[in-house]
Design a protein around this ligand. Structure first.
Ligand code: SF4
Ligand code: SF4
Length: 275
């Protein structure tokens, strides 16, 4: 199969299988930029890799907005399971086409305690997605995509196949509004133009994750919810949301039943373990 045919075949397969976004990152992009240590690069993890196929699934905005909630936790778990199933299917599809392939599951840790011990993941899907031309990295250290802003979860398939790479997104999608920085309950995000991906207070962010996990309403994701980037906002035709997000914490401290947040609070209240 010619390279272009392989590209069409793979993208068609991924989209038919349910992926919202798909991109191909050649392993040379990790080498060219050179900011990821060798052992965290695709070929450091699996030497035959020549391309990383990155798949993304969107997270519906009305559920993300209820975070922290059991509904958001269930969505997170559902999307994660779908991503791993998709990665398995694409790996086997590549095998059937005669290409070796393997995949790195969407999360690579056994517990938050172990994540804290190693302070990171063995492979970064966010960087892979950027190299696959799916978006750029925002102040919240998440991938921002034109389709969903940061409300997208990712998985990566490594293969020795070499379909034509997707072009990088040249224009930064982050508008530096700092809503993510202002709304983070742990002040974990830093405002610095020389900030590299992953350079945020991971310990503070993990503390938040641990608090929410003990209440069975993880993950936090407030920095993902409030980001104004993404066509999903147009789809849901929301107006005046930024003001609502920025005032949320302060208003709810004064009045947990404030009318502007009543539906989110309703969802957050029921079925959740008391703090
Ligand atoms: S997930 Fe929550 S605690 Fe972590 S950086 Fe985002 S807003 Fe802050
Ligand atoms: S909330 Fe604003 S500053 Fe933060 S990632 Fe989104 S666009 Fe960038």
């Amino acid at each position: 199969m010619k390279k272009e045919e392989l590209s069409y075949n793979l993208k068609y397969f991924c989209q038919e299988a349910g992926a919202d976004i798909v991109g191909f990152a050649p392993v040379e992009r990790w080498i060219e930029e050179g900011i990821i240590p060798l052992e965290f690069r695709p070929q450091g993890i699996w030497s035959p890799a020549r391309t990383v196929v990155v798949l993304g699934l969107g997270m519906p905005l009305p559920i993300v907005e209820t975070t922290p909630s059991v509904m958001h936790m269930e969505l997170y778990k559902t999307v994660n399971r779908k991503l791993d199933a998709l990665a398995y299917d694409v790996t086997r599809h590549l095998n059937r086409l005669g290409h070796v392939a393997t995949f790195f599951s969407r999360d690579g840790y056994s517990s938050l305690k172990d994540l804290r011990r190693w302070n990171g993941a063995a492979f970064g899907h966010v960087q892979a997605a950027k190299y696959a031309g799916l978006g750029t990295i925002g102040r919240n250290h998440c991938l921002l995509t034109p389709e969903f802003g940061p409300r997208v979860r990712l998985v990566s398939i490594f293969t020795a196949a070499a379909p034509p790479p997707d072009p990088l997104v040249e224009k930064e999608l982050c508008i530096k509004c700092e809503a993510c920085v202002k709304c983070c309950p742990k002040e974990a995000l830093r405002v610095r133009d020389d900030c590299i991906p992953g350079d945020y207070d991971k310990t503070a962010c993990l503390e938040m994750a641990e608090e929410l996990t003990s209440r069975r309403s993880y993950p936090c994701g407030i920095c993902i919810k409030v980001c104004p980037v993404g066509a999903d906002r147009k789809l849901y035709q929301q107006k005046g949301m930024m003001k609502k997000y920025l005032r949320e914490r302060e208003v709810l401290v004064a009045d947990p039943d404030h009318v502007d947040y009543r539906s989110w609070q309703h969802i957050r209240r029921y079925g959740v373990k008391e703090p």
